[in-house]
Design a protein around this ligand. Structure first.
Ligand SMILES: Cc1cc2nc3c(=O)[nH]c(=O)nc-3n(C[C@H](O)[C@H](O)[C@H](O)COP(=O)(O)OP(=O)(O)OC[C@H]3O[C@@H](n4cnc5c(N)ncnc54)[C@H](O)[C@@H]3O)c2cc1C
Length: 406
């Protein structure tokens, strides 16, 4: 199977294969000279690229810089898929941002005639004793988001791949789904480069001093000067700003597994099986149907393991495999003995309270920080980018929930 049935329909409708969008070539740092821009964005992940986009929409001259490339294999935005959902319990701001962001992701998809969003629906599973389900329903009603509150029997009828215990329930959002993560980020970068944005491969050094920062300097000694600087360095933020961010953002190891579906089965096709998240499962888990025929993606998060995003091993480990197997045997009985067909090791960039950090650097007038995606930042990249551009230009007042010192 080259692609899922739903993918095939969308690709045919769009008239383009997802893989046909070229990864944009970044200009290599020259090691000499200097350049001047309105805004320099450091970090080409979901937060940085959408921030660059928002400033380009304002007509600004933007330079986007990344030390490894857009949505590379070590970045938190690297990887095949990310969930976009509006189910957020009591955190209504993220529900709203997710709705607004989905409009932007779909617009990006339409502009580029490529597949970036699979409308699989999202099933959020939680114990019925927990307030998450009712809080989510209240938020979705207030926002006018279509949804169904399901008990275990409803889920068994509608989504037979899942097994829920009698004390569990779920909220299903039919309009949410899966973003093709790496491809979406690289598509946006290609679009920005085509529109005249400067895009470079360079490792930017930590700025020193205070007040108005005149320029940033790369490891090669190149100088890039801009009116404003946005450091969207994801799990690298503690390294870039050890004093300001330090332990406020913890890079935590994530191991992701793709389980091979049974031969000839359509039960795990994105047209049949929703993307899902287990708010309070064995250890907190989420996953996807058989997107891109890679197998069903499953991640189960154990107690946090702190890592270095540059050097951590990208090979999966037995404790994660055991936890995943235990969870899958309960939740997806038909996959209990499924072979692991692909794996990926990544890291979340966790803020303690899981709120994003979108704020000015306390020592500089013109340096800003965007990070702390906390395992749920990808979907909201478009809204984060717009927020950054608006706050930095003074168009909106900063929200205290996103400050470094909260
Ligand atoms: C396994 C996993 C699953 C997830 N699932 C979901 C999900 O389903 N839904 C969701 O919404 N979110 C999810 N998230 C969270 C989401 O992916 C992240 O919050 C988001 O991608 C973070 O984007 P970012 O731009 O902040 O960081 P990154 O994508 O890590 O980008 C930071 C960039 O900065 C660059 N950089 C760092 N330092 C420098 C420097 N000195 N000079 C130049 N460049 C530098 C890096 O190379 C990197 O490319 C998940 C995360 C992981 C790891």
């Amino acid at each position: 199977m080259l692609t899922t049935r739903r993918n095939a329909a969308k690709i045919l409708a769009a008239g383009a294969l997802a893989s046909s969008v070229a990864v944009p070539a970044a200009r290599a740092a020259s090691g000499t000279g200097s350049a001047t821009f309105d805004v320099a964005v450091i970090g080409a992940g979901a937060f940085g690229v959408w921030t660059a986009h928002a400033f380009r929409q304002m007509g600004q001259r933007v330079c986007l810089i990344d030390e490894y490339g857009a949505a590379h294999s070590r970045a938190s935005s690297g990887g095949e898929s990310r969930i976009i959902r509006t189910a957020y319990g009591k955190q209504a701001i993220y529900s709203r941002w997710a709705m607004e962001s989905l409009v932007e992701w779909k617009a990006l998809e339409a502009r580029n005639a490529t597949l970036l969003f699979e409308p699989t629906g999202v099933l959020a599973i939680a114990p019925t004793s927990d307030s998450f389900l009712n809080d989510t329903v209240k938020a979705l009603v207030a926002l006018g988001v279509p949804h169904d509150l399901l008990d275990a029997a409803d889920v068994a009828r509608r989504f037979p791949a899942f097994h829920l215990g009698q004390n569990e329930g779920a909220v299903f959002e039919p309009r949410s789904g899966a973003l093709l993560a790496r491809h979406a980020i690289q598509t946006l970068v290609a679009e920005l480069v085509a529109s005249g944005m400067d895009y470079r491969t360079a490792a930017v050094r930590t700025p020193t001093g205070s007040g108005a920062l005149p320029a940033i300097v790369t490891q090669n000694g190149e100088t890039i000067s801009a009116g404003r600087y946005v450091f969207a360095c994801g799990p690298w933020l503690p390294k870039v700003f050890p004093e300001v961010i330090g332990a406020r953002v913890e890079p935590q190891r994530a191991e992701v597994f793709f389980l091979g579906i049974p031969a000839g089965s359509a039960a795990f096709d994105p047209a049949v099986m929703p993307t899902w998240m287990d708010q309070y499962g064995v250890a907190g888990a989420y996953g996807f149907p058989d997107l891109e025929a890679r197998g069903c993606k499953v991640a189960v998060d154990p107690a946090p393991i702190l890592v270095d995003p540059d050097t951590q091993s990208r090979l999966v480990t037995q404790p994660f495999i055991d936890l995943m197997r235990e969870f899958v045997a309960f939740r997806f009985p038909a996959l209990a003995r499924a072979p692991i067909v692909e794996t990926r090791v990544c890291q979340y960039e966790m803020a303690r309270d899981e709120e994003y950090i979108l704020d000015r650097h306390p020592a500089f007038d013109n340096v800003w920080i965007a990070g702390g995606g906390s395992g749920h930042g990808f979907k909201n990249g478009p809204r984060v980018g717009r927020y950054m551009a608006q706050v930095i230009t003074g168009a909106v007042t900063p929200d205290p929930r996103f400050t470094v010192s909260r």
